[in-house]
Design a protein around this ligand. Structure first.
Ligand code: SF4
Length: 241
């Protein structure tokens, strides 16, 4: 069996184990390439794992279009979690629509309102959650495990693609004709909210287009806390986010 076939087999085994041993489990999809691989595996194998996405209110039209693509391709509606309307209104009224450019604190507060709080709601009452994170996406993810103890959320966190390469991801997508976000073909290897993501140039780090105006040390959205530590997302290094 090829190395890729081994990885694929292990990934499917992991998803089946999550379904069997960690119900109810949920998959947090950012609708990016890695997440479409997991979506394809979950839906084609009819696994009892809910798929949800954080609809921050600031996503690209192309990313939003993936929700319809999933429905058309698989006949399945992804659950959407939106921010609290009052919290968004208060933030915009007090600081402005795009205040996240003004300071790291205001950027983190926007991420807290639009991502962290809805994620916490999506995970409430669940036994485990799944992400599409990979080790090779970032220097800070080299220790990423397939299964982690997410103390902050009080549950297990699974990263079934931890050992996949970018080539593995695209090999799976092409081989299985998986729909994917067209922004990936326009210089966006990593996709977040529209105002906080830009295309990158050849040779730039795959995360260089995320919060590009900030010091790399401050690049975190607060979604990934494992073993009590916030997993930082740096420009010098890569799902949900
Ligand atoms: S990525 Fe940008 S727009 Fe999206 S929640 Fe964070 S600061 Fe707000």
């Amino acid at each position: 069996m090829s190395e890729f076939a081994d990885k694929l087999s292990l990934t499917l085994q992991t998803l089946r184990r999550i379904e069997a041993e960690f119900s109810p489990a949920v998959f947090a999809s950012s609708l990016a390439a890695e997440d479409m691989v997991l979506t394809d595996l979950i839906l084609k194998n009819q696994l009892n794992i809910e798929i949800f996405s954080l609809q921050t209110g600031r996503l690209h039209a192309e990313t939003l279009g993936m929700i319809d693509q999933v429905k058309t391709h698989y006949g399945k509606q992804i659950s959407l979690f939106l921010p609290e309307e009052n919290a968004v209104n208060d933030y915009v009224t007090q600081y402005g629509l795009n205040a996240f450019y003004d300071s790291v604190d205001l950027r983190k507060e926007c991420c807290r309102i639009r991502k962290v709080e809805p994620l916490n709601r999506a995970l409430a009452g669940k036994a485990a959650w799944i992400t599409g994170q990979r080790k090779a996406q970032a220097a800070t993810r080299t220790e990423l495990a397939i299964q982690e103890d997410d103390v902050a959320h009080g549950m297990q966190k699974f990263n079934p693609l931890a050992d996949w390469s970018e080539d593995d991801v695209w090999h799976y997508i092409r081989s299985n004709e998986v729909p994917y976000n067209p922004l990936h073909d326009k210089g966006y290897p990593s996709i977040g909210c529209e105002p906080c993501t830009r295309a990158i140039q050849a040779g730039e780090d795959v995360r260089a287009g995320r919060w590009w105006w900030e010091n790399p040390e401050s690049k975190e959205c607060g979604l990934h806390v494992v073993d009590g530590k916030l997993i930082r997302i740096r420009a010098a290094s890569a799902a949900a986010e």
